[in-house]
Write a protein that binds this ligand. Structure first.
Ligand code: CA
Ligand code: CA
Length: 77
């Protein structure tokens, strides 16, 4: 059984282009474009980071990402 956390971790690793365990604004923008080219603006990406960045270091760690996507949001029902 795949838990929501497992799915979030897999997603995180896909986004984390350099594998350092942190998602930067650049990585999130690249991932967003790769996932369907929604063309998020800089301010949208900044808002995403701000909403997820609970320790305020300006990047999204795995735990922050899991907390964001693992809370009642499901990509696939
Ligand atoms: Ca990274
Ligand atoms: Ca952070």
């Amino acid at each position: 059984m795949t838990s929501a956390r497992d799915a979030a971790e897999a997603e995180f690793k896909r986004f984390d282009a350099d594998g350092d365990g942190l998602l930067t604004a650049a990585e999130i923008r690249q991932a967003n474009e790769a996932l369907g080219g929604l063309g998020a603006s800089e301010s949208e990406i900044e808002a995403f980071i701000t909403s997820a960045d609970s320790d305020g270091d300006g990047t999204i760690g795995l735990e922050e990402f899991v907390a964001l996507v693992g809370h009642g949001r499901h990509e696939k029902a």
